[in-house]
Write a protein that binds this ligand. Structure first.
Ligand SMILES: [Zn+2]
Length: 60
């Protein structure tokens, strides 16, 4: 399992999934719905990918 906390400072949203692709999909959906980001830019994807981490308490 991998997890991601929202890249927007102060936002408590987070998600967990086995695959990076699904986490990115959920994160972009969250950015659209919650933060009004209608266009997900390349640098946002890079930031999302950089923030995906192994679930706490487990080895990578
Ligand atoms: Zn958020």
């Amino acid at each position: 399992m991998k997890e991601l906390h929202c890249i927007v400072p102060g936002c408590q949203w987070h998600t967990r999934h086995d695959t990076e692709a699904e986490i990115i999909r959920r994160a972009t959906e969250h950015l659209r719905e919650t933060h009004g980001e209608t266009v997900i830019r390349e640098h946002m994807l890079d930031t999302i990918k950089a923030n995906i981490q192994p679930e706490k308490g487990k080895a990578a």
